[in-house]
Design a protein around this ligand. Structure first.
Ligand SMILES: Nc1nc2c(c(=O)[nH]1)N=C([C@H](O)[C@H](O)COP(=O)(O)OP(=O)(O)OP(=O)(O)O)CN2
Ligand SMILES: [Zn+2]
Length: 151
């Protein structure tokens, strides 16, 4: 059984190597869909009876591991030196430095990795992250499935 919860957050980025307008500093309201696979809990009388996982617990884990870190942050590529230097010059600026260029594809990959570790920590064998979909705009998104990651 698959279950999905949707999240939204705002973040700034730029694609420093882009040939056109995406090399400018700008932001998006990202939409993240997190899909988990597992068995429905059928134990009589437990709070999760009839659920793969309580959606409120999904929310709590995803917020702590990812959304609270990326919301209202600037997501910057570690090789983007002028922007990193600028952001570091602003006191207490919320900056997330990434090993990869912050495209929708790479952010989806990074999100999958972070969330996979977070769900493993809490749920071991019982359920697993199946895939994530990250919308950069209403028209543009990237998907990462477990089958793409080789794990
Ligand atoms: N394969 C990718 N292509 C592009 C990415 C990306 O992450 N992966 N990112 C960008 C820009 O950052 C930008 O956010 C996308 O802008 P745009 O193409 O303008 O998307 P819109 O949905 O806003 O398009 P409209 O034509 O304005 O509706 C570029 N490419
Ligand atoms: Zn963009």
């Amino acid at each position: 059984m698959l279950i999905t919860r949707k999240f939204e957050f705002d973040a700034g980025h730029r694609i420093s190597t882009h040939a056109s307008q995406c090399r400018n500093l700008h932001g998006h309201r990202y939409v993240l869909e997190v899909t988990l696979s597992g068995k429905i809990v059928n134990d009589e009388g437990v709070p999760e009876q009839g659920m793969v996982m309580d959606f409120s617990e999904v929310k709590s884990i995803v917020h702590t591991a990812l959304v609270d870190q990326w919301d209202h942050a600037f997501l910057v590529y570690i090789q983007d030196k002028p922007v990193i230097d600028f952001l570091l010059s602003i006191p207490d600026h919320k900056t997330v430095v990434l090993d990869l260029q912050p495209t929708a594809e790479n952010l989806a990959l990074i999100a999958f990795d972070i969330l996979d570790n977070a769900f493993r920590e809490h749920y071991k064998e019982q359920l697993q992250l199946d895939h994530v979909r990250l919308f950069e705009t209403p028209n543009c998104w990237a998907d990462v499935a477990r089958t793409d990651t080789g794990s």
